[in-house]
Design a protein. Structure first.
Length: 251
């Protein structure tokens, strides 16, 4: 019987261990299998691992609850201003997620903040990272309802499973004190554990009016300033341009 190469044995063992097959069973198979048997079984393991990976990505995408799929391909970056020494490539690498850093996408409505935040989130799910996307006002309502119904811990646990949280349209609707405190709990619990991407048209100096509590706002701004990055979105409205293009194509 031809001897199996060390590379073949190692590759097979790695795939089998990924499927939680015991080391003793793997060793037995490697000692008794012919090259043809090894090739067939290795192909089966590869197919199963690929199937599981596809299912995992699809599950992560569903759980994230993105409103509309978006991608960075074709996005116009000419009016996006990044912090000095840190740019688009660094952001798209998603290294900031591994460091649990925050991003604030600030700019007027329709400049592509939600588009980019969604695209980053979708790419994160493709890389196996759990993501949660929320319109901020909707999350505050969900938190309040969960608190009244006694299911707040369950909701917070679900949010806590994410590596990346997107809080879209942050500050578009002011919160009452109770809602602000619940949202603050989500943000503060994420500190050094997961990344938060805020999309907002409200500058830091006005976050106190959003939270109805200057102390809560100051604590969150301090977190973002010391453990995050501000990305400015300017230029013409992407939504308006898209609407005009749709109008032209419909003529």
């Amino acid at each position: 019987m031809p001897r199996l190469s060390d590379a073949e044995r190692s590759e097979f063992a790695s795939r089998a261990r990924s499927l939680f097959i015991s080391r003793s069973t793997i060793a037995w198979f490697l000692e008794t299998a012919t090259p043809g048997q090894l090739a067939a079984c290795s192909g089966m393991l590869t197919r199963e691992l690929e199937s599981r990976e596809r299912s995992k990505r699809a599950r992560l995408l569903r759980q994230a609850r993105f409103p509309v799929p978006k991608a960075v391909e074709g996005f116009d970056w000419s009016n996006v201003r990044f912090p000095e020494g840190w740019g688009r490539d660094e952001m798209l690498s998603l290294d900031f997620v591994g460091r649990a850093e925050d991003l604030v996408f600030h700019g007027p409505t329709g400049r592509g903040k939600t588009h980019v935040a969604t695209a980053l989130g979708i790419e994160a799910t493709r890389r196996g990272m759990p993501v949660r996307f929320f319109q901020t006002a909707t999350l505050v309502l969900q938190l309040g309802k969960a608190k009244r119904e006694g299911t707040l811990d369950r909701l917070l646990a679900d949010v806590g499973r994410a590596d990346l949280i997107v809080l879209d349209e942050f500050g578009y609707v002011p919160f009452d004190v109770d809602g602000a405190r619940l949202l603050y709990q989500v943000i503060s619990d994420s500190y050094e554990r997961r990344s938060v991407v805020f999309t907002t048209n409200v500058e830091f100096s006005r976050w106190g009016t959003v939270f109805a509590d200057d102390k809560l706002a100051a604590a969150i701004v301090d977190r973002v300033v010391h453990h995050g990055r501000l990305v400015e979105f300017g230029g013409p409205s992407h939504r308006l341009e898209e609407s005009l293009m749709l109008g032209k194509s419909g003529r």
